[in-house]
Ligand binder design. Structure first.
Ligand SMILES: [Zn+2]
Ligand SMILES: [Zn+2]
Length: 236
């Protein structure tokens, strides 16, 4: 046995690989029981905003709100084990949760009729501020976007959007401040690449939609042809 294999074996003994959510030994980073307990967003849902709806009734949310997005989808409901997974990824820096959670989103992207039938030119993760990225060590949306881009066979363009202003975390703000907190928070550094392109934005959680809407507006102002969004989870 090589020295590095011996060290890895010792580390496994001291810190056994386990599920990030329930602690089950040997199921790193996510055990099948935890993954199986996520509540999925199932049809019928509105193509435009992604919210579940009743039968063929028109979506009342879309009638009330102007959205810059042509399509919105989320893999699951932001509650229970999926909420715990998002918190572990973002606030406990469990980067290893990114790839398996991203693969669940990729499966959603491949099987959703609306999303799969669109011809996307690029997959773009919603950026976080560089200072927050340094603190966390990664942008969670970037980790989630990689398996989605791979599954769709679409280029991952992490440089098409940049965060130019550090904003207060949305989760800590009162509802009404969340809507204006993000104004002017993004820029498109390379409008020449964005022009005319159909972009699928990737975000971790959709709550008020203000983050993803502001990101979409920035891309459209830079000349993008159309923007859709896929998130890991959303409030319903
Ligand atoms: Zn588990
Ligand atoms: Zn709708």
């Amino acid at each position: 046995m090589s020295a590095s294999a011996a060290i890895l074996g010792l580390l496994d003994l001291l810190f056994p690989p386990k599920c990030s959510l329930c602690g089950l030994i040997g199921a790193d980073p996510l055990c099948p029981a935890c993954a199986g307990s996520f509540s999925l967003i199932q049809a019928p849902y509105c193509d435009r905003c992604g919210y579940p709806r009743v039968g063929d009734l028109a979506c009342t949310r879309c009638a009330d709100h102007e959205s810059p997005l042509i399509l919105t989808r989320a893999y699951g409901v932001y509650e229970g084990a999926l909420r715990d997974a998002v918190h572990a990824l973002k606030y406990r820096s469990r980067a290893r949760l990114g790839p398996p959670l991203g693969r669940l989103m990729a499966a959603c992207a491949l099987t959703d009729p609306g999303l799969a039938s669109e011809s996307w030119h690029a997959v773009v993760p919603v950026p976080i501020h560089p200072a927050r990225c340094r603190q966390r060590g990664f942008n969670q949306s970037d980790l989630l976007a990689q398996p989605v881009a791979l599954a769709l066979g679409t280029p991952l363009e992490s440089g098409w959007l940049a965060r130019c202003r550090r904003t207060a975390p949305q989760a800590r703000l009162p509802w009404e401040r969340r809507l204006t907190n993000l104004r002017g928070a993004f820029r498109a550094p390379d409008p020449g690449s964005v022009r005319g392109q159909r972009v699928l934005l990737i975000d971790d959680v959709l709550t008020t939609r203000s983050t993803v809407s502001e990101a979409a507006r920035t891309l459209l102002m830079a000349g993008a042809g159309a923007v859709g969004a896929l998130a890991l989870a959303m409030d319903v």
